[in-house]
Design a protein around this ligand. Sequence first.
Ligand SMILES: Nc1ncnc2c1ncn2[C@@H]1O[C@H](COP(=O)(O)OP(=O)(O)OP(=O)(O)O)[C@@H](O)[C@H]1O
Ligand code: SF4
Ligand SMILES: [Mg+2]
Length: 324
Amino acid sequence: MTMTPLLDIRNLYLHYADRRGAVRAVDGVSLALEGSGQALGIVGESGSGKSSLANAILRTLPTNVARFEGEVYLAGQEIAGLPETQLRREVRWRKIALVPQGAMNGFNPVVRTGEQIIEPATVYGDMTPRAARRKAEELFELVGLSAKVYTRYPHELSGGMKQRAMIAGALILSPPVVIMDEPTSALDVSVQAQIMNLLKRLKQELGLSIIFISHDIALASDLCDRLGVVYAGELVEIGSAEQILTAPAHPYSQKLLRSIPRLRDARMPEFIPGAPPDLRQPPPGCRFHLRCPHVFARCETESPPPFEPQPGQHARCWLLDEPP
Ligand SMILES: Nc1ncnc2c1ncn2[C@@H]1O[C@H](COP(=O)(O)OP(=O)(O)OP(=O)(O)O)[C@@H](O)[C@H]1O
Ligand code: SF4
Ligand SMILES: [Mg+2]
């Protein structure tokens, strides 16, 4: 029996209009988040389109969109084509909340922290201010803050506390799915570890499903059941965290893993030669071919489809194309 995935993204495109052409930030991405209490990591270099993917899922788009296309099924219901008012009323915050990249630095300095995080509850969630405040105070405690943080101003909180408050805010309407875009990249390592522990706890205790976006594959693998690797607007590999860590099939995933510094390994971390391509004019064929150590003729002209080297693992690389 196949179950309906919680979130099923099919052929999603988000291109931006730019003076010099269309920036193909999300270019035909398909992936699924199977069930509740699952975490899916989305990893890749800076500029590969991770934040664009997060925004495409919730259709929170800038004004210079050149192409937005694809389907997003949430528990079987298509949401990418919903009218804006319905998306806002029924989906954002309520079903899927997004903690945008750098959001913890976007608190309004002159409004008390709690008042800022209940805004979606009173605006979209028809909660009374009193009920929303009670919920916010409970959530502050759940994320390891005191209920008193409600009346504090953002400048009175440390970076880690602000990020906890952001996470509490994402939970205000009890969404089953939360997308977190680089939630720890502005924090120092020990605070980062505390936030990762908090996310693990929320996943276990609340059955929260998380899409965790990070440039750090090691960090993502600590929380995530599955990992998706993006390169130049495309999802080049996806599989269980174990498959990606122990048997990555795509040469780019292999390079990403070898770029992690290891404590118990005398080898120096490798860096990936060359630069990511310009998303206005990505290379033809496999987008990684200009940097790939295994490139061969076919890679330069034909874009590889996803192959399945192991059950549940998919990678877009011609090396996996077995002769019939
Ligand atoms: N509104 C926009 N208009 C034009 N180009 C944009 C816009 N937003 C993002 N881009 C470009 O789209 C590409 C993907 O950007 P995105 O922010 O999604 O990458 P990212 O993987 O999240 O990077 P980072 O790791 O640095 O956060 C980049 O080339 C970026 O410059
Ligand atoms: S398709 Fe070719 S260039 Fe692309 S990753 Fe595979 S071997 Fe390398
Ligand atoms: Mg980003």
